[in-house]
Design a protein around this ligand. Structure first.
Ligand SMILES: *[C@@H]1O[C@H](CO)[C@@H](O)[C@H](O)[C@H]1NC(C)=O
Ligand SMILES: *[C@@H]1O[C@H](CO)[C@@H](O)[C@H](O)[C@H]1NC(C)=O
Length: 367
């Protein structure tokens, strides 16, 4: 799951101070443990082996907390020094890598060795449930199979390209309006909303309209979903989150409240879909396909599992597209000559749409 760039620290100052103090203690304790480990105990050769087997330490979770609002910059700096490095936490350590060989090994060569594990499952479960971003093993394979089945269907591809085109048109009109009146806009926010509208329609078969913000209930869902994403990510740097959840206070109380809004909305759509499914309405979207699967396997595919799968699709489809587009335009703004080239190419291609369809098809296959 991509952490939103606009992630805002929501915790009240008091909570942050307590968390800082606790982490400080943890960092000192860790330092002591490391010092103790450095004392010669079992000969030099094993010490050398240990050094070889572990990536260098770039910092602790404390550094992540300090750099929370510039986490990508912090990670980039670390990766420039060592492409593969470790971040230490009080109870575990995390390995980060920007080395393509390692990425290939982890994602392909020996994929099964690199599960998300209980730690991530436990942290993300309240939002992602048993969705593909939180689970390993059988459930992961099951959902991957469902996804590839859905995405390979021609009817689904046609449906989704109609949805994406329709929402792109809406996006263009919003941007054209802002450009016409020379007013400022938060391009990432607009991309997030537009991608959300597309992926939501593809996933649930109903329109969300978050870009226009016309419907109160839909707007509340989008806001709650955003907040829940931010608050879940915060757990990674807050050692007290479990306690806060237990006591139902601070950002955990807020998260619970936000999740309820998300769940109520999703389950309402689910119930609506189920009541309509016999009438053969909108069979192209992901949820309808899953409901079909459910008829064959009602024990494994519960309503909660359906909620989890579809919400994970939302995260996957929205953030990746919106953040990539935002970065693309950010980089474009820094390079005027490239911007010109892109404009020229777009103009040339849009002319093809009316005059030379086969040429356009060849072009699309090349990009
Ligand atoms: C994959 O992992 C296993 C177990 O950790 C190891 O024995 C095997 O050598 C690895 N495979 C490759 C191709 O590195
Ligand atoms: C249902 O789930 C169980 C346990 O996870 C699994 O063994 C079984 O194969 C699943 N059934 C189907 C049809 O996927």
């Amino acid at each position: 799951m991509a952490m939103p760039l606009t992630a805002v620290l929501r915790t009240p100052a008091a909570e942050a101070v307590v968390a800082f103090a606790l982490l400080l203690i943890a960092a000192v304790a860790l330092k002591l443990v490391l010092l103790w480990r450095k004392l010669p105990r079992s000969g030099r050769s094993s010490e050398e082996r240990r050094k070889k087997m572990y990536a260098p330490v770039a910092g602790t979770v404390f550094h992540h907390l300090l750099n929370y609002r510039r986490l990508y910059d912090f990670s980039t700096t670390c990766a420039r020094q060592n492409p593969t490095y470790r971040i230490l936490s009080p109870f575990h350590s995390e390995v980060y890598t920007a080395d393509p060989a390692n990425v290939e090994y982890i994602l392909k060569t020996n994929f099964t060795n690199y599960g998300k594990g209980d730690y991530n499952y436990c942290t993300l479960k309240d939002l992602l449930g048993d969705g593909i971003f939180a689970v390993d093993g059988e459930k992961w394979w099951h959902q991957r199979k469902i996804a590839s089945l859905v995405f390979s269907k021609r009817i689904f591809r046609e449906y989704s390209s109609i949805v994406f085109r329709g929402n792109a048109l809406k996006l263009v009109s919003v941007i054209a309006q802002a450009a016409g009146s020379n007013s400022r806009m938060d391009i990432q926010d607009i991309f997030m909303k537009s991608s959300m509208d597309s992926i939501f329609q593809v996933a649930f078969g109903v329109e969300l309209n978050s870009l226009s913000g016309s419907n109160e209930e839909e707007r509340k869902f989008t806001e709650a979903f955003d907040d829940a994403n931010v608050l879940i990510c915060w757990r990674y740097v807050d050692p007290l989150w479990k306690m806060k959840k237990f006591l139902n206070c601070g950002c955990e109380a807020e998260l619970k409240n936000r999740l309820k809004v998300v769940d109520d909305f999703v389950y309402k759509i689910l119930a609506h879909k189920v009541s309509q499914s016999s009438k053969q309405l909108q069979k192209e979207d992901i949820l309808s396909r899953l409901l079909n699967e459910r008829e064959q396997d009602p024990k494994n595919i519960t309503y909660q599992y359906l909620r989890d799968i579809t919400l994970n699709f939302l995260v996957a489809g929205r953030d990746s597209a919106a953040v990539t587009l935002s970065w693309f335009f950010y980089r474009l703004c820094l390079h005027a000559s490239i911007e010109e080239k892109v404009v020229r190419e777009v103009n040339a291609v849009t002319k093809l749409i009316h005059h030379d369809a086969p040429m356009l098809w060849m072009y699309l296959q090349q990009v």
